[in-house]
Design a protein. Structure first.
Lengths: 471, 471
């Protein structure tokens, strides 16, 4: 306002009119295409001079906020500002913006090191099984290669998934399973089904960063509860439910991202009682289930898929290129979810579903997972040991998470994770600084490491150098 | 209200309180989980007795609209009603519900005949080329089979698409192209980017039925303008813009679905002038482009991708099982679209993109399309001739559409398309009755036939029988 008022008698009055209109547009009291009050009318109603209103309207038009239509007055433009996730409040530094880390990693060339990314190196995935399965599918004939998948997805795959899910203590028929294009697609579909704009959604702090990006795309209001080594802090969880009335809670059980923590049965039970009392629904993202040596507690198994819906995927364990995830939900939700899926994506990939089915069926997935678990344990041990020499320490009391690829670490005191990630990027290394995962921005001293992406010695060289300065 | 008041002194006052609360919930002045005013407070504020409020609250609780929490008052339930597209007003007969026709066709077994569906029989698609391409991709190595696609999608595919699009008079660089999972996914992403709940969106009447389902999923308000043989009725288009201030117009240019009509340059030009004057954006769904013998006018080529964004797909011409579509947009929209894509789907299928690229590159797609166009012309001629014997007549003055698989027909007077579709279904034949495509429900005498799905003589036998009755 100061800049505007300089040298303009009455400039602050102009700025006041401009602010007032901007606020009405932001609050959608004035919607795009709406006609603004006439200059005479506005001046009379707000007790300012007509020349002030003319000046304010002209400046807003110059900014593109409103548009003049000759002979017809001024209208709210608004169409010039499509939904830009990066601009939704709170605006974050790009380096701790959840979307930025995803984009950096997805766009990175092979020369870039990615200890901050959320996936396995492709050499860890079952290349031969994928090649064989693609060959099988190619020979499968007309319908598989050319036709739309059925709305629920392959019946054979859903039956097989039902049996696999039963092993984790979740009882569901094949008709309660909807195949999606990915885990993210599954959550997106459920958000469409369960929440409306401005609904409150509860997440863990820290949580998988894309939950935040996805919820912003749904125009949800995000609140978060600190995550402990055994699950969310139950007292703060209860307080958040009472104060904010969330409609939905999104979490990873099993292997928690980014902390590697494990939900205990006692916490699961207490959470579910609160969830029932406060009429909340839960999306339990279980995409890391196959990494576990022993299945931990699942909200979905305790709840019997009443308030909890589970989602899974094969992007982390089989292939991120073959897109295939799934939703396991109560029977009366499936119809509505299928309708939404057809409306917004029409159909899934029959080829992708058949490739996953072929690999799950022939035993090669089981053998791959056995090897993968052992390899993950080794990499976890090795990374923990090597990080110890730099003063970077695991957050879990047990030091090593029981399963998975993520190690959530505290940096030596005085080292800021975001600044470190910025330095690392200059050296061609993508890190995942704590605040990317923290809706409350309270994880500035934390870093998530992907132990499968740490083989290059340059990573530890850079970390050693950075930590030397503060020790 | 009458039923409630019967036998209840003061029943209408109870009903009035109930209505008032229901309205506040519907308007989201009371959101799910919100505490209702205390009984004493409500009674005092609205000048009714406490017993009336108690009665109203109890009845609403019995209906599940609100919930009582012992000692803590009453709260809005609301979590019991997730978004059910089938229940959004206006409620349609299931047989003319846009989603129902999609689901019927997608769920149908091979024994069911589908002259109402929107795709080619798999035998019309290039099986050998698909098999060969899958083989090539299987041998392509680690990254292709296992890794996420880059955020924009394969650079080689985007470069190739840019050249193909240029042949239709649309100038765009590869960086203006975003690969999506399908045409529907492309439109969904653009709706996320361009519209907010309650925004008005303009469609053609008739239009592709899934536009309506998709817009309902976005909670948009749909208005429609009659489509003529040369494009939308320009005068009614102008009137709709002036009256309803739509933010977006979604249409098929090239080959219009369901009518097969062709947008003429003069209509395209007049539409664009209106679109500019009223600050509207346009999604031009061009998924049937490759069916055309000669490219018709495109809004995107006249507009230079300023207000018009184009989408394309390979589901209709190559494979519906390999999911691959794309968006061609102005450069300054791409970043925001990529952010939304990552947030809601994370990544596309690298395998799918590579399969499409392999087929486009080696000339087999060009040969397939040449054959396909000739085959479509023959089927169109044959279907037109055979329908003529039943009194079912093409709507276009030219009788046959210049390209594509759809024939939009008027039934003999007195025959209701929805009723006919119902009868046909009993005989294992899925038809697409006119009102599925008509937001105004004014196409009750029309039927869309897919000429590639009409080879079974039972279809014409059934149509002959049905039309005999009214002739």
């Amino acid at each position: 306002m100061d800049t505007i008022s300089k040298g303009h008698p009455g400039g602050t009055r102009v700025a006041h009119v401009m602010d007032s209109i901007r606020q009405r547009i932001a609050a959608r009291q004035l919607v795009p295409g709406a006609r603004l009050p006439s200059i005479r009318g506005y001046a009379a109603a707000t007790q300012v001079s007509k020349s002030t209103v003319v000046d304010a309207y002209d400046r807003l038009a110059a900014e593109g906020v409103i548009r003049s239509r000759p002979g017809a007055g001024f209208y709210v433009a608004g169409h010039l500002a499509p939904l830009a996730l990066a601009e939704i409040e709170p605006r974050l530094e790009r380096s701790v913006d959840p979307l930025w880390v995803s984009r950096q990693s997805l766009e990175a060339s092979d020369a870039i090191l990615k200890p901050g990314c959320g996936w396995l190196p492709s050499s860890w995935l079952p290349q031969e099984a994928l090649q064989r399965a693609l060959g099988t599918v190619a020979r499968a004939g007309d319908a598989t290669l050319a036709e739309y998948a059925s709305p629920l997805g392959s019946a054979a795959l859903r039956q097989l998934l039902a049996r696999r899910i039963a092993q984790r203590g979740i009882s569901a028929s094949a008709d309660q399973i909807l195949i999606t294009d990915s885990g993210t697609h599954a959550i997106d579909l459920l958000c469409r089904f369960l929440i409306e704009p401005n609904d409150v959604v509860l997440v863990d702090d820290p949580c998988y960063f894309n939950f935040q990006a996805l919820l912003r795309a749904h125009r949800a209001r995000i609140i978060s509860v600190p995550y402990t080594a055994h699950g969310p802090d139950v007292n703060l969880f209860a307080k958040a439910l009472a104060e904010h009335h969330p409609r939905l809670y999104i979490t990873n059980s099993g292997v928690h991202n980014p902390t590697g923590a494990t939900l205990t049965p006692v916490i699961a039970h207490r959470l579910l009682k609160l969830i029932e009392a406060h009429d909340v629904h839960v999306i339990e993202d279980d995409i890391f289930a196959d990494f576990e040596h022993e299945p931990a507690a699942r909200l979905a198994s305790f709840d019997g898929l009443n308030r909890v819906v589970q989602i899974g995927s094969f992007s982390k364990t089989l292939s991120a290129s073959i897109r295939c995830g799934y939703i396991v939900a109560r029977p009366d939700w499936i119809e509505g979810l299928v309708d939404l899926r057809i409306a917004t994506a029409f159909s899934g990939s029959r080829v992708a579903q058949e490739v996953v089915l072929a690999i799950l069926k022939d035993g090669s997935y089981r053998r791959h997972i056995d090897t993968l678990r052992a390899r993950l344990s080794n990499a976890m041990q090795e990374t923990t040991d090597r990080l110890a020499t730099t003063g970077i320490t695991p957050w879990l009391p047990s030091a090593m998470p029981p399963a998975g690829m993520f190690l959530w670490c505290r940096l030596p005191s005085g080292l800021d994770a975001t600044a470190l990630a910025g330095q690392a990027l200059l050296q061609g290394i993508i890190l995942a600084p704590g605040n990317v995962f923290s809706p409350s921005q309270s994880a500035g001293e934390f870093m998530r490491f992907n132990v499968t992406q740490m083989s290059d010695p340059n990573i530890f060289r850079m970390l050693a150098q950075a930590t030397r300065g503060v020790r």
